[in-house]
Design a binder for this molecule. Sequence first.
Ligand SMILES: *[C@@H]1O[C@H](CO)[C@@H](O)[C@H](O)[C@H]1NC(C)=O
Ligand SMILES: *[C@@H]1O[C@H](CO)[C@@H](O)[C@H](O)[C@H]1NC(C)=O
Ligand SMILES: *[C@@H]1O[C@H](CO)[C@@H](O)[C@H](O)[C@H]1NC(C)=O
Ligand SMILES: *[C@@H]1O[C@H](CO)[C@@H](O)[C@H](O)[C@H]1NC(C)=O
Ligand SMILES: *[C@@H]1O[C@H](CO)[C@@H](O)[C@H](O)[C@H]1NC(C)=O
Ligand SMILES: *[C@@H]1O[C@H](CO)[C@@H](O)[C@H](O)[C@H]1NC(C)=O
Ligand SMILES: *[C@@H]1O[C@H](CO)[C@@H](O)[C@H](O)[C@H]1NC(C)=O
Ligand SMILES: *[C@@H]1O[C@H](CO)[C@@H](O)[C@H](O)[C@H]1NC(C)=O
Ligand SMILES: *[C@@H]1O[C@H](CO)[C@@H](O)[C@H](O)[C@H]1NC(C)=O
Ligand SMILES: *[C@@H]1O[C@H](CO)[C@@H](O)[C@H](O)[C@H]1NC(C)=O
Length: 831
Amino acid sequence: MDFCLIFSAFSIFSFLAYHTSIAADTLTPNQNLTDGQTLVSSNQIFELGFCSPANSGRKYLAIWYYKLPLTVVWVANKDKPINDSSGSLTVSLNGSLSVYNGSMAIVWSTNEMIAGPNQIPIVLQLLGTGNLVVRKQDETDANNDYIWQSFDHMSDTLLPGMKLGWKLKTGTKNIITSWTSPDDPSDGEFTFSLDPPETPQLILRKGEQKLYRWGPFDGDRFSGSNELRNNTVFKPIFVSTSDEIYYTYETLADSTLVRSIVTSLGSIQYLTWRNSSQGWSIISELNRFYCDRYGMCGPYGNCYTDDPNCRCLNGFVPNSTQDWRMFSTLGGCKRRYNLNCSNGDGFVKYKPVKLPDNAVLWTNYSLDECRVECLKECDCMAYTIINALGNGSRCVVWLRDLIDLRDFPNGGEDLYIRMARAELDSIADSNRRRRIKVVIAITLSTACLLLFLAILCWYIIKRSKRRVEEESISMPIVHDNNSHKYYEEETLDEDLELPIFGLSTISDATDQFAFSNKIGQGGFGPVYKGELANGLEIAVKRLSQNSGQGVREFKNEVILIAKLQHRNLVRLLGCCIQGEERVLVYEYMPNKSLDNFLFDRVKRKLLPWERRFSIILGIARGLLYLHQDSRLRIIHRDLKTSNILLDSDMNSKISDFGTARIFGGEQTEEKTRRIIGTYGYMSPEYAMSGHFSVKSDVFSFGVIVLETISGRKNWGFYDPEHDYNLIGHTWKLWNEERSLELVDEMLDGSFSVNEVMRCIQVALLCVQQRTEERPLMSTVVFMLSNENVELPQPKEPGFVTENSPFKIDSSWSGQDSNTGNQITITAVAGR
Ligand SMILES: *[C@@H]1O[C@H](CO)[C@@H](O)[C@H](O)[C@H]1NC(C)=O
Ligand SMILES: *[C@@H]1O[C@H](CO)[C@@H](O)[C@H](O)[C@H]1NC(C)=O
Ligand SMILES: *[C@@H]1O[C@H](CO)[C@@H](O)[C@H](O)[C@H]1NC(C)=O
Ligand SMILES: *[C@@H]1O[C@H](CO)[C@@H](O)[C@H](O)[C@H]1NC(C)=O
Ligand SMILES: *[C@@H]1O[C@H](CO)[C@@H](O)[C@H](O)[C@H]1NC(C)=O
Ligand SMILES: *[C@@H]1O[C@H](CO)[C@@H](O)[C@H](O)[C@H]1NC(C)=O
Ligand SMILES: *[C@@H]1O[C@H](CO)[C@@H](O)[C@H](O)[C@H]1NC(C)=O
Ligand SMILES: *[C@@H]1O[C@H](CO)[C@@H](O)[C@H](O)[C@H]1NC(C)=O
Ligand SMILES: *[C@@H]1O[C@H](CO)[C@@H](O)[C@H](O)[C@H]1NC(C)=O
Ligand SMILES: *[C@@H]1O[C@H](CO)[C@@H](O)[C@H](O)[C@H]1NC(C)=O
């Protein structure tokens, strides 16, 4: 926790000096522990005493790490801090613990005690695990038979060995509760628990609301979680017996300190102490991704890590197409064909997914019965067979709509979903068609091969005959046909100066468009990495088919685009046209795209502020060239961080420009019915009505700038304090004059405040709701590169939340909007 480190900077020394350890790890009923005295575990890892987190001045009885900067792992009197240093702890003969304040009022106490009048001597001990226990004096901790233990009363920390789960006999449940804030350990809004005991899942709730969920357990992991698996630092353990059922973990090396916490902002983290940096570092964070959030895609929606995040399962369509177009996917999907329980429903197997919520364990059914029984039960929407209790395969079913699914290709579980007869028929149909196609293809190719061999034989025979007859004949040219020229390998068409590649060259270079070579997915088709026979690395964009364009038309467009050359644009090297296939060949950028760096915890550190600023400037210049300075006027229409590539010197280059134009030739029109683009980057007018202009690119540029500054995504942005996306969040911070809080913490405070503020302001100008208020790229470049220009005040941005594009809290817009009149920019960067 950050505060501990901050705290340590100025107070750890006084803190250590001030505490005097009782030099023992036990306290007996006739002793008391006053503020200033501590118990230290025998292995010298944990310490118990009174402390004041973040120097709040309020005192709590707590356990923390001995010798480390104050890092509290457990708190007794969470809700009732002691106002001064007069607190004391006693253990009474009957085994109950009490904390008193200066006037001997009880601030905190426990109820557990030993039964009966003949009381046995007891002792309070701080164990090496960080567990504070009350036990019988003559019993060691061997059998875990404690009268009371702090591990049963968790705070925000799960230490190795703590059991998150249920004691089935007593029905008691151990959960983690976040602190209210880093200096206030009273119960916060977030709880993390293992629920329900019948089909255990890990759930993070905010109040009653499920925010994140992983499960059920499948024998190896909680479904949908990659982080909670065996790793080099700790080993997660799930135990299910008739007495108890819990999740816990153990460290793999005794000398490493690991703890897991739920922060006051609701993030679940595993941290480990690093001797080298003398600080806690995060080894994993469970709830990090868009798809981790509960039910983002609604019932029967499946969440993907790439765009678009939400898609309906096969056989389902958006419940409300209108809503989905407005990015509101919470309504989920509905069946294409309705079920009819009495008329031949069946099951379809889906590719590995994170299993949905509300699983029910049918322990009394065998595996064979599982499918049959689920089919009989009309409400049974899906079933699967998993090792849910860790001791053998079980039948698991879902008795209501399937929610919170996620695409999980590596490590997900198969799911069998109930489908209507009509859907099964259509699947069978398409399978049959596919089989027929395969058969035809095999037959045809065999026939072709035979024909080819026949011709070859004939030719060889003829040639040898001729050679015998006529010694001096030269080799005949077989396909001497002009129109064929385009399909030849790497022909350079003189008047066009654009290499046309043969499909076989491209196919060889990319290993037949192998999936492993796929490096991206653009609005018009996938992009592959390839290597030509001469060693040159290329990026190959395979346009999706049905462009409806003729060869000549397509070629003309490509040639125009190829003539656009600027240091901030990716170079088009050539194209390939063959049959239906349309392929564009670009220079390959070894550092891949900006999003690769920005949204990666580790790689983000490779982008210091100066680099980010020059990347932003580069994008602005490239875009200005596209909009104004080139002979064509190109509107990109799908500008996003994954379309910003980085060369080996980390210069930014825009890619995928002009594709819309090549593809449809619709570029000159003002409105299009085919909306390409990416959630989070599309301007409101484009997303809602298909209107596009250079100003829609300006909007996307603004989003990219905000993402570059913050290292966070606009789409999928999550802040526990509000529902706004990154744009909304920035606008909120701007109006509260807290803009610098937006800056990526990985920058560690080293950046030019002036440049950052300028970029934020420019970005806010770019994402303004009204198109006419947004600046042109020429103005943007001017504003970014001139330090002394006074910038106009931004007005309300568009799309401030994910789900309701136009909702905006009016309290923010209270700022005087007349300040916009002070526009002082008169000079506009010339051509
Ligand atoms: C604890 O000890 C201090 C000093 O020895 C004494 O003043 C105080 O009353 C004791 N508190 C309890 C609860 O016994
Ligand atoms: C601390 O002070 C506050 C008000 O100043 C009071 O309400 C509270 O009861 C005190 N707490 C204790 C434990 O003395
Ligand atoms: C246990 O002992 C303490 C102190 O002697 C007393 O305050 C408490 O009420 C006792 N608890 C029970 C249930 O008897
Ligand atoms: C102890 O707590 C009681 C009740 O909360 C309060 O009335 C009293 O003032 C506190 N004493 C001190 C010294 O804080
Ligand atoms: C987990 O990893 C540790 C060491 O990396 C290994 O010893 C142990 O067998 C693994 N456990 C499982 C269940 O894979
Ligand atoms: C598996 O665990 C469950 C729950 O703990 C228990 O009821 C069941 O008997 C166990 N089954 C086997 C085969 O051990
Ligand atoms: C860190 O340092 C402490 C004491 O200096 C030592 O006991 C411990 O083994 C070290 N941990 C690791 C992982 O090296
Ligand atoms: C799907 O749409 C219908 C009406 O269009 C509505 O009644 C229903 O609640 C929607 N379902 C969900 C899950 O939003
Ligand atoms: C379901 O199928 C049965 C038998 O074919 C038919 O009689 C019934 O009307 C169907 N129900 C619905 C709701 O379509
Ligand atoms: C299995 O359990 C369910 C619910 O507990 C019950 O309705 C069903 O009859 C049981 N089936 C068998 C075969 O015991």
